[in-house]
Design a protein around this ligand. Sequence first.
Ligand SMILES: Nc1ncnc2c1ncn2[C@@H]1O[C@H](COP(=O)(O)OP(=O)(O)OP(=O)(O)O)[C@@H](O)[C@H]1O
Ligand SMILES: [Mg+2]
Length: 317
Amino acid sequence: MDELLTIKNLKVHYPIRSGFFNRITDYVYAVDGVDFIIEKGKTYGLIGESGSGKSTIGKAIVGLEKVTDGEILYQGKDVTNGRTRRKMEYNRDVQMIFQDSMSSLNPKKRVRDIIAEPIRNFERMSAGEEKHRVQELLDIVGMPNDALYKYPHEFSGGQRQRIGVARAMATNPKLIVADEPVSALDLSVQAQVLNFMKKIQEEFGLSYLFISHDLGVVKYMCDNLAIMYKGRFVELGPRDAIYNDPQHIYTKRLLSAIPRLDVAHREEHRAERRRVEKEYITHQKDYYDSTGRVYDLKPLPGDPEHLVALKPEGGNS
Ligand SMILES: Nc1ncnc2c1ncn2[C@@H]1O[C@H](COP(=O)(O)OP(=O)(O)OP(=O)(O)O)[C@@H](O)[C@H]1O
Ligand SMILES: [Mg+2]
């Protein structure tokens, strides 16, 4: 196994301040104890409903959010704090693509400067070399050369997203955290960007942490999946194990809600959805502890790669 990134018991809690003195009165447990491993060249999907903590995990990994507790190891070294990150070139090796390229790309900068920014931060290049590299990157993402001197607002959503990809690729990273990279795009453009991401993955041996709430997209892109609910993982494992044999009620419900195109089995799917919904209503409480918290993940008997957060045997929480 070729481990690139290891996340151990990661927690990110946001303080909530209130009242006249603006004191911390509570915390949002945005991420509350998750563990996973990212291997070289693979794609990991993070799915779950809005507010479940997906983006917070991504931001904690790239250092945009402070880690409350837990560890992030990169190639076996602790990069939870900034000092080791800088030493290890971690910030160069791990890049992020954001959902909303309109707000993540600086509107006042030209494309050339936007894409060159990470290069300027991490590499020493002459102006000529830099321009060449930016052109090469634009070419990789299928953008015309005259894009160099334009501003983000002069592009369509799909084009802007590709500029975001070019920027993330600029330093030849090893891991890209892609937070809903295509959800703002039309279906046809989505496919283009996704195929393109797959292509550069093969070419450069990239790993992705792919955040999405689109289960179709995730199925297409990912080797492994983590299903998130309220800051915790309810299920984790290889894609096919999750899609073909979901164990947690939350995963089952999420999967049964995927719209199906095949007309022949429409009635079956409808019945299946009703069955899962009924199971959810009657057995929901068995899947969470008395405070509503998701249990700790445990490997399924006979399948150490497929982990599920089920109630511990004989536990009476
Ligand atoms: N800066 C912040 N301060 C306080 N709470 C925050 C902050 N950022 C996020 N949160 C809260 O943390 C939780 C997780 O947010 P996060 O953005 O990670 O969710 P998400 O799974 O990415 O959702 P979405 O699918 O809508 O993007 C939410 O309850 C959110 O309101
Ligand atoms: Mg998000």
